[in-house]
Design a binder for this molecule. Structure first.
Ligand code: SF4
Length: 465
């Protein structure tokens, strides 16, 4: 209702488990935020030099300890929220605070951070949240069915600037392990170090990744131990083997059901052949499911009691959702793109308005080469800022100009390796011809069990050797 009344009506699920509404005219901003507040939603800390929303593994079937990990993600979020009441004063007509001591903020003080800060919490082995793309990544360590603590990794961030060689994408590096009781303190002090040592003279070089590379991991660990007063332990063993969403029904340990449905590029709206928004409204009105957004821009209808499963299933079936999710190609299910044009002022090229049609032209190439059952992670952004995480896709497109994209290949399936530029500023014909060559080569000379990302990484290394 909020989207329909105040914006274009489309609800965009973002790559950071939030929603965006677009096309809100100025006089509707305040009513929108008020309506959000009434629905127990908010947009605090969605921009600015501050910690953003904390990502967490999206699917509760990932572990019986899911709720415990999710709660820690919530605690981190609360811990790093700014103390200012400005949001409530400005948007919700909250009481004006005159005693400035009430707003004293020991974390952000009078300066905030040098740049935005992103945190993710993941439960291996599914790396659905691309945890290493965050400034700070927490990797849950579960041993003997007990949450022992987290490996902490620092310095992830994908944003770059075309033509500025000082900028680069980087995946977070594991700095060590803390047990659960010490995790919040370690997180807090990682942020204070960035507050005090991050680059405040050049915003392009102000993210934590540049601080980490300037001072080094050993220095960062020493400073962290000094500030926390405890030792950071050696990292524990973990493994990622996936980062896809589990489409369809899955069941968690306590017996509840969770239905993950595919939403192309996260756009929730009604089409004549797929009235998705209407269907989801009916699910919401039933009160029999909670809604969880995945960082792959999809939706999990979650926590459905066994006795309610058929009711939700009937709604999804009646609106064609089950058929659509089951009938969508693997490459499309593994695709995502950012908003780009016409909404994002930083966009250099199309992304979500164009990507579906490009996927429709890539599907026959895969089919022709007998690769349509391959899981290949493919992503597009309209500029090099990396919002849809093209830099760690197996195939990534990064907009350079209208209709032109750099083609990146060689990222891995698990999200632990960045890709590299393979061809620059291709138009659509160039993209399709290049992919056709790559797919043909993969079919011919890929090793048994080798994934496309690993194959293209190997090939690029053989060429450069
Ligand atoms: Fe982000 Fe760039 Fe896409 Fe805009 S165009 S949403 S800044 S990646």
């Amino acid at each position: 209702h909020i989207a329909g009344e105040h914006s274009t009506g489309v609800i965009k699920i973002t790559t950071r488990q939030t929603v965006q509404l677009h096309g809100i005219i100025k006089s509707h901003i305040k009513p929108t935020i008020k309506a959000f507040n009434e629905a127990h939603l908010n947009s605090i800390a969605t921009c600015g030099d501050i910690n953003r929303n904390v990502l967490c593994t999206s699917n509760p079937t990932q572990s019986p300890l899911y709720d415990q990990v999710f709660e820690i993600a919530n605690q981190i979020c609360d811990l790093l929220l700014p103390k200012t009441h400005a949001y409530h004063e400005i948007w919700l007509d909250g009481e004006k605070i005159t005693d400035k001591d009430e707003e004293k903020d020991p974390l952000y003080q009078d300066r905030y951070l040098p740049r935005k800060f992103k945190i993710g919490v993941v439960i291996p082995p599914n790396n659905d949240i691309d945890v290493l793309a965050n400034d700070l990544a927490l990797i849950a360590i579960i041993e003997n069915d007990e949450l022992k603590g987290f490996n902490l990794a620092i310095g992830g961030g994908l944003s770059t600037t075309h033509g500025n060689p000082d900028t680069y994408a980087r995946l977070a590096t594991v700095i060590g392990f803390t047990d659960t009781s010490k995790t919040l303190k370690a997180v807090y002090e990682i942020v204070t170090i960035q507050r005090d040592y991050g680059n405040r003279s050049d915003r392009k070089l102000a993210r934590l990744k540049y601080t980490v590379d300037k001072y080094g991991m050993d220095w960062y660990r020493m400073e962290l131990e000094h500030r926390t007063g405890f030792a950071i332990e050696p990292a524990r063993t973990y493994e990622f083997n996936d980062r896809s969403d589990y489409y369809g029904w899955t069941q968690s340990h306590e017996g509840n059901w969770h239905y993950t449905l595919f939403i192309e590029n996260g756009r929730v709206h009604d089409e004549p052949e797929l009235p998705l928004k209407t269907a989801l409204l009916e699910v919401a009105k039933s009160g029999r499911a909670t809604f969880r957004f995945t960082p792959n821009q999809n939706l999990i209808l979650s926590d459905v009691a066994p006795s309610d499963k058929s009711l939700i299933d009937d709604i999804l079936d009646r609106y064609g959702i089950i058929k659509q999710t089951a009938g969508t190609s693997l490459v499309r299910k593994n695709s995502m793109s950012c908003v780009a044009l016409p909404t994002c002022p930083l966009a250099l090229a199309e992304a979500q308005r164009y990507f579906p049609s490009l996927i429709s032209k890539i599907e026959p190439l895969l089919f022709k080469n007998g690769l349509d059952r391959e899981n290949i992670i493919i992503r597009m952004t309209g500029c090099p800022n990396g919002c849809a995480r093209s830099y760690n896709a197996e195939i990534g497109f990064v907009g350079t100009a209208p209709g032109r994209y750099n083609l990146h290949i060689g990222g891995d399936f698990e999200g632990t390796r960045l890709n590299k530029i393979y061809r620059e500023s291709l138009d659509e014909t160039g993209i399709l011809n290049t992919l056709d060559e790559l797919f043909t080569d993969f079919k011919r000379s890929g090793k048994s069990g080798e994934r496309f990302g690993d194959f293209s990484f190997r090939k690029m290394n053989e060429v450069s050797a």
